[in-house]
Design a protein around this ligand. Structure first.
Ligand code: PLP
Length: 412
């Protein structure tokens, strides 16, 4: 892959910092003496030992070298044992079909995603985005004043024909071609759709035909309710066209703020320069905690954990759907989400739900998000509401559709 067409002028001007490079070599050289690094001396830190108790009774104590690593600056690519572990896991889960790929640990996948946008988008560039889309993504894109090329979804996720139509017409009309498409393929936020296998393949082929990169934002990858794990774009990729964003937020902890970018090595090298001059690296302590967990658990245990999470959310989804079915039939429309944490409902007989969501629902003590938050144009009227079944208790989830019924009934 030649990334020249994709990387912005600003990103291209980033150069490796001599100190970070030096620090990396020092960290990888046993018994080296360094008078070069301005690292604080960890003897001055007030931590003696850190104990972690996992659910299930397993304990870990961080002391000595592990504690020092957890408290100190580290390589911008990530704590090396975790980087290695993530390479192994990506190989196991996605089996990338080309060799020159690598991973980089970020402070959450949103951070990775924002950096990818900053690396690829000049002001005013066209960008293909699945709509509705995660509000954080749209907020990250908006300052680039992009030409939003909206790709609609149905029950099977984004529609490849729409991508083809846009690309074909722009190519015919001599307009600038989009460099990236943003896709949230599994358990999409806010719709809960899972992009079908056929569509994944077609979209990848379109990316090759029209030469764009696929930004695969997949934090709900392991939160789906299907019999088979969906094939990732990374798995379909034969040449480094996919930039994959994974997150530990939904499966291990959101507060640890850890995500992983997997992409072509040339792209990862550029991303590394971006990390060096922003956050420097993801939290060392968070990386150590996740590494120790992944190192302690067998693959079977990790996959069991994902199964448990799927069961947990599926039960809640079903409670919410049953109650919605009971109280909102005829007043609203919805699809059954195949993954993620949300039910996306369309309120019948109302062109715009903003007032309903922000006034009527709030006055009944119910907080949900109006569809506007997930549109490229936040001011556009919207009939949808996003109901999240991940956090409230099952009793609360079951209780909410009845007051919604009363509110919808009064306005319909
Ligand atoms: C689609 C999507 N992408 C990214 C994120 C942010 O993930 P992280 O916590 O890893 O930054 C979220 C969080 O809700 C999300 O829904």
């Amino acid at each position: 892959m030649d990334f020249k067409r994709f990387i912005t002028k600003v990103s291209n001007r980033r150069k490796p910092g001599i100190l970070r490079k030096w620090a990396k070599i020092f960290m990888e050289t046993p018994n080296a003496i360094s008078l070069a690094n301005g690292m604080p001396n960890d003897k001055t830190f007030p931590f003696e030992e850190i104990s972690i108790k996992y659910k299930g009774g397993h304990n870990i104590k961080l002391s000595g070298e592990d504690l020092r690593w957890s408290l100190q600056y580290g390589p911008s690519q990530g704590y090396l044992p975790l980087v290695k572990k993530m390479r192994d896991l990506q190989e196991y889960w996605h089996k990338p079909k080309y060799n020159q790929w690598d991973v980089l640990v970020t402070p959450g996948s949103m951070e990775g995603c924002s950096k990818v946008f900053e690396m690829t988008l000049e002001i005013g560039d066209p960008v293909m985005v699945q709509v509705p889309a995660y509000n954080g993504t749209l907020n990250a894109l908006t300052p680039f004043m992009p030409e939003f090329l909206e790709i609609a979804q149905d029950h099977d996720g984004i529609i490849p024909d729409e991508i083809m139509k846009i690309c074909k017409e722009r190519s015919r009309d001599g307009k600038s071609m989009p460099k990236i498409i943003y896709v949230n393929p599994t358990g999409a936020n806010p719709t809960g759709t899972v992009l079908s296998e056929d569509r994944r393949k077609r979209i990848y082929e379109l990316a090759r035909t029209y030469d764009f990169l696929i930004v695969e934002d997949d934090p709900y990858c392991f939160i789906h309710f299907l019999a088979k794990q969906p094939t990732s774009f990374l798995e379909l990729d034969t040449e480094g066209r996919v930039i994959r964003l994974d997150s530990f937020s939904k499966t291990l902890s959101a507060g640890l703020r850890l995500g992983v970018v997997t992409a072509h090595t040339d792209f990862i090298k550029k991303l590394l320069l971006h990390m060096e001059t922003t956050c420097i690296h993801a939290s060392s302590m968070s990386q150590m905690l996740v590494y120790k967990l992944l190192d302690t658990w067998s693959m079977q245990k990790l996959e069991q954990h994902f199964d448990d999470i799927q069961r947990f959310y599926r039960e809640r989804r079903d409670v919410m759907l049953a109650s919605i079915q009971k109280h909102l039939t005829g007043l609203a429309e919805w699809d059954i989400p195949d993954g993620g944490m949300f039910v996306w409902i369309k309120v019948n007989g109302l062109d715009d739900v903003m007032e309903l969501a922000t006034k009527n629902c709030v006055s009944h003590g119910i907080f949900l998000v109006p569809g506007h938050a997930f549109n490229c144009d936040f001011g556009k009227p919207d009939q949808h509401l996003r109901l999240c079944y991940s956090y409230a208790t099952t009793e609360e989830i079951e209780k909410v559709p009845f007051p919604l019924f009363k509110i919808f009934f009064n306005i319909s």
